[in-house]
Structures are given as C-alpha cells and as structure tokens.
Design a protein around this ligand. Structure first.
Ligand code: ZN
Ligand code: ZN
Length: 466
C-alpha cells in the first residue's frame, strides 16, 4: 500500500526543502518536487508542517528493576507513549545483573519486549559484572545479536558498579570488536560517603540527593573514563546523561584532541534545576530524583548544555526514561532520600522539548532533527535504515506542526506515571502525525497503532568510527 505525503517541508541535518514523500509498504520509495508525485495514491496533507524522520530515543529503561521496584512503564505503555510523542524507535538497556550470564539477561529483555512494542526497538547491554565470561559475551553480542554498545557504571557500588580495572578490560574488548562503551560517569564510591554523611546529619529530603552528587564527582568520573579509554587505545566512549558544565568541558577537551568521545544530554538537564524541582517543598522533590542529578540554576549548566548541543560536543538528546510513580514508588524514600528510586519519565516529550529550543533560538531546525533522530541512528548503527527521509529507509516519519501547541500534563500524557516532570509546560509546536514503518500510528490526536507492531532492530557498528 502506498501513501504520498504532500505539501510539507522535509527537514534533515543537511537542510530543509519542500518535497513530497512517497511511502510504499514499510519503506520510503521516493521524494518528489512538490506536486510531482504519482496520481491515484492515498495522500496525507502536510501543508505547513515539517516532515522529519521519526525520533530515536537512544536511552530508555522500560520495566527496569531498580531500588526495590520496577520502572512503571512496560514496553507496551512506554512505546505507545513514545509514539504519541513522535519517537518511532527506542534503544532500551538490557541488563546483566551481577553474577548473571550476559546472554540470560539479554534473553530476559527480549522476553519483556517481544510482541509488546508499538514502535521498533533495539537494545544496549548493561554489564553488571565484567569478568572473562562477560568479556567473551561482548564479542558474541556484537557478532550475533546486533548489540554494539555496552553500558558500564562508575556509580552504584554493590549494584551495577565496575571498578577501573573492569572498565579498562571492557574498553580493551570494545576497542577490538568495534563496540561503543557507554558510561554512567559519577564517582559512586565517593558519593556514597557523602550520602552516608548527609543522612547521619539528618539531611533526608530529596534535595540532598543532588547535593551529595556534586558536579565535581561527575567531572572527575568523566575525566577518568576518558583517560581510561585513551589507555585502551582510543576505545570509543559515549558519556550518558551528561548534566554538568565541568563534565562537558572534559568531553569538549577530549574531542578537540581528536578522541572518539561522544556524549548525550537529556531534556531534564536542559530545563529543570536543583532548586526549582528537586528542592521543591517537603517530599515533592522526589519526582525529580535521577542520576546524574538536576544541577543548580544559579550556575550556567543549561546555557552550556545548549551550547554543547550546537557545537556537537553533545551529539544526542535522549531521555533516560525511567519512570516511577510518586505513590508507592518514589515514596519508598520517605525519610531517606537515598531510597528514592532514581529516574524521570520523559520518552513522550523529548521531540517537543528539544523543538522548544528551536523556538527559543537555541538550536537550528536542522540540528533539532540531527540530535533527536539522525545522530542517534548513526551513533548506534541504525543508519540509514532509520534517522533519515530518503529512498530505501524505513518509513518512520513525523509530521510536526510548528503552528500547533503542546501542553504537557499528567492529565494528558500516555506514560504510566501519576505525575509529570514537566507539568504545565507549554511547547510552541506539536506532533501532528506519526508513521511507523509505513503505518500511520498517530493522527489527529488519536491512536491507530497496535501492540506488537514494533520489531527488534539488530544494530551494526557506529557510523562515527573507522
Ligand atoms: Zn545511568
Ligand atoms: Zn539510564
């Protein structure tokens, strides 16, 4: 079945131009000068709208077991919410728990996702224990399973933590097999000392989550990860959820030196602050407990991160979508901030929140598409199947209405959360129509997709590495 998208402006990293887009089956078949497409084909009117490749959220945690509970979105609810927000691919983190066989952890993630996703999905692998077996498994996952990126943690001692020797070994393995090492860069050993000291002083409110994870601990770990990657003969390194100016400086310096170092940030670090959200009165701030934490609005993190996005020192905006309900989940940390499950839900709002940066003059239209779709596809081995409006690519297409408005609220969102991190935010723009592999899944605010439409995407190696 064919579909002709007419009258819109196609936007990609290299520019914006009027074109009609022909979809045949699940693929983009051709682009035409306006009016140049075939007759007798079903059409979608995109007049006045941007025609962009579907969003790719390269960092989600559906159903993640964490802090004695599970992230509240399933692959079903989370990918449906993603579709509503113009995201047609997620890359979720499969988990090897400490002591578990890597392939067993991966199989468990496939079991959660298979048949339940509304949009396409891929996996990174979290290594919770680096040893001879898991190092061997890295090769097998790259070769046979389409998993070419591995996340390690310098934080969370006793949970996901890897020490520097383990990190170095995994980096050496990645250097050899072409995979990407993704790093949660915070000095968890030192942070745990600060946490215990705060609790012993009776500082139990959510704001102390942020105060015990200072910027210096992110910058130090980012620096250490970069130097370890250097020792591992320039193993490709991707810093996840970068939140702080000083950490960004480390990434920028490494990139200026020609290193294979990349980084992402998340909407929460571009908009929210330690004082306004995490420091909300009483226990309210628990809604915004995430790691890395929200940073102080008295410093210049927001300004610096937007600048990093423009300069490509920050390549990607992902969400780190890891939602927990306030009731019964965030409340696990009443009286002890260290027991609040870490995470913010945002998979539905990333495309809009980054678009607001275009409206505010902080980002170009082309760079918006690049940071939310094209670069994630290239970074993680999905390009050109995803991330571009071009013949032969999957027909994952969003019609975005710059004249529309989006109001974010728990009353209207589709994520399985009892609150919104962005309650009351108004975006000058709106997701109008969402097409996933040739199927219209969202149109006119109504949902036409289905659970099970989404397919697993085996990935290749990053396009950014030679
Ligand atoms: Zn993390
Ligand atoms: Zn994460």
């Amino acid at each position: 079945m064919s579909l002709l998208i007419t009258g819109g402006t196609v936007v990609g990293p290299s520019g914006s131009y009027p074109a009609d887009v022909l979809v045949e089956g699940e693929k983009i078949a051709a682009l035409f000068v306006p009016g140049g497409g075939p007759d007798g084909v079903e059409t979608v009117d995109a007049t006045g709208k941007y025609v962009i490749p579907g969003g790719i959220d390269a960092h989600t945690h559906m159903e993640l077991p964490f802090g004695g509970t599970n992230a509240s979105d399933t692959f079903d609810t989370g990918t449906r919410a993603a579709a509503f927000g113009g995201t047609t691919t997620i890359i979720d983190f499969a988990v090897q728990r400490t002591g578990e066989v890597v392939q067993d952890g991966l199989a468990a993630w496939h079991a959660k996702a298979e048949g339940n996703c509304h949009v396409d999905y891929a996996f990174h692998m979290i290594l919770g224990g680096v040893d001879d077996d898991s190092l061997k498994a890295m090769d097998q996952l790259v070769t046979d399973e389409g998993i070419s990126s591995f996340k390690l943690f310098m934080a969370y001692p006793g949970v996901f933590y890897s020490d520097d020797g383990q990190i170095l070994r995994a980096m050496q393995k990645a250097r050899d097999n072409g995979a990407m090492i993704m790093m949660h860069a915070e000095n968890g050993i030192a942070i745990d000392v600060l946490v215990q000291q705060a609790l012993s002083r009776g500082e139990t409110d959510p704001v102390h989550h942020g105060l015990t994870r200072p910027e210096a601990m992110e910058a130090e770990a980012t620096h250490r990860a970069i130097r370890l990657a250097e020792v591992a003969q320039d193993c490709p390194l991707y810093i996840v959820h970068l939140s702080a100016s000083q950490a960004l400086e480390q990434v920028a310096a490494a990139r200026d030196a020609g290193r294979n170092v990349f980084a992402e940030t998340c909407p929460q670090y571009l908009y929210l602050t330690l004082e306004d959200q995490l420091g909300a009165p009483g226990f309210e701030g628990a809604k915004w407990v995430c790691s890395t934490p929200l940073r102080s609005g008295k410093e210049h993190h927001h300004r610096d991160l937007w600048k990093g996005l423009r300069s490509n020192d920050l390549a990607i905006v992902s969400t780190d979508h890891c939602p927990f309900c306030f009731k019964d989940q965030k409340e696990l940390g009443l009286g002890d901030f260290s027991k609040i499950p870490n995470g913010i839900g945002g998979v539905e709002h990333r495309v809009d929140l980054v678009y607001q940066g275009v409206v505010d003059g902080k980002l170009s239209l082309e760079r918006w598409v690049e940071t939310i779709s094209t670069t994630p596809a290239r970074m993680f081995g999905l390009y050109p199947r995803k991330g571009v409006i071009a013949p032969g690519s999957d027909a994952d297409i969003v019609l975005y209405d710059p004249a529309g408005r989006t109001r974010i609220s728990v009353e209207t969102h589709h994520m399985n959360m009892d609150h919104s991190a962005y309650e009351g935010y108004e975006i000058a723009g709106k997701v109008d129509t969402v097409i996933s592999r040739g199927t219209v899944v969202v149109a006119g605010g109504a949902y036409h997709g289905r659970r099970g439409h989404g397919r697993y995407l085996p990935r290749g190696l990053s396009s950014y590495l030679v």
